[in-house]
Design a protein around this ligand. Structure first.
Ligand SMILES: Nc1ncnc2c1ncn2[C@@H]1O[C@H](COP(=O)(O)OP(=O)(O)OP(=O)(O)O)[C@@H](O)[C@H]1O
Ligand SMILES: [Mg+2]
Length: 236
């Protein structure tokens, strides 16, 4: 279970603060996906940055199960940065809006690099990487470099890479923004399938509601606040 507990994130902005995320609470059960929707600037990526532990909240806690994984700087439960980094590698899969693949590596090597960073054996990494590439429909492209792949194929490599550590939490920012409508639906369906099969607690950020047929749980953000969705009442 992923829990965002009264998360607020402010950015310094001149002599006052800009409130990017305003007291958002949300729970995501294992094996389910929640979509976060909202207009540009509504705080979606900021919320994901806190959920991913890349950014500390100004207030509030992020938990995986009973473990506090992100807390404000100086909070008694705030883990040191090195601990957060390890936890992020081991327990959280992140797919950024731009796939952020390494130009010189083939698809299968992108995945193997993740396993290497986690200290896993090369042989088990290769078989896991091939299994995941197969799951995202890319086994025949395993030896291709990013320049030889389409935008949707690159996005699928990034999703497979995020699954390499069998993360408990999967966070995906705008997976469909570079894709046409049908490809967008395929990517979202792929994420929901992987979520169900792996038992990850998944958040998909998007402003394209049309791709979300396979994602029943939706949260709407405006000006950093939840305005509608399953947990709307609990953020008050
Ligand atoms: N690093 C930062 N420093 C200062 N302000 C920021 C920073 N990142 C985002 N903001 C501000 O926080 C608010 C929320 O931004 P955020 O990127 O979370 O929006 P978003 O919903 O992801 O938008 P989009 O759909 O355009 O990606 C915006 O007003 C933005 O200008
Ligand atoms: Mg964004």
């Amino acid at each position: 279970m992923l829990t965002l507990d009264h998360i607020t994130l402010t950015y310094p902005d001149g002599d006052r603060d800009l409130v990017a995320v305003d007291d958002v609470s949300l729970t995501v059960a294992p094996g389910t996906a929640t979509a976060v929707l909202g207009p540009s600037g509504s705080g979606k990526s900021s919320l994901l940055a806190v959920a991913s532990t890349l950014t500390r909240p100004t207030q509030g806690l992020v938990r995986i199960g009973d473990d506090v994984v992100n807390a404000p700087a100086g909070h008694p439960e705030a883990a040191p940065d090195a601990v957060s980094a390890r936890l992020r590698r081991e327990r959280i899969g992140i797919v950024f809006q731009q796939p952020q693949l390494i130009d010189s590596l083939t698809a299968v090597e992108q995945l193997e690099l993740m396993a290497h960073l986690q200290g896993r054996s090369p042989r088990s990494a290769r078989s896991r990487a091939m299994e995941l590439l197969d799951a995202v429909g890319l086994a025949p492209w395993a030896a291709k470099r990013p320049a030889q792949l389409s935008g949707g194929q690159r996005q699928r490599v990034a999703i497979a890479r995020a699954m390499m550590s069998s993360p408990e939490v999967l966070l995906v920012d705008e997976p469909t923004s570079a894709l046409d409508h049908d490809r967008g639906i395929q990517i979202v369906d792929l994420i929901t399938t992987l979520t169900r099969e792996s038992g990850a607690a998944t958040i998909i950020v998007t402003h394209d509601e049309a791709t979300l047929a396979s994602v029943p749980t939706r949260i709407h953000l405006a000006d950093g606040r939840i305005t509608a969705g399953a947990d709307a009442t609990r953020s008050r």
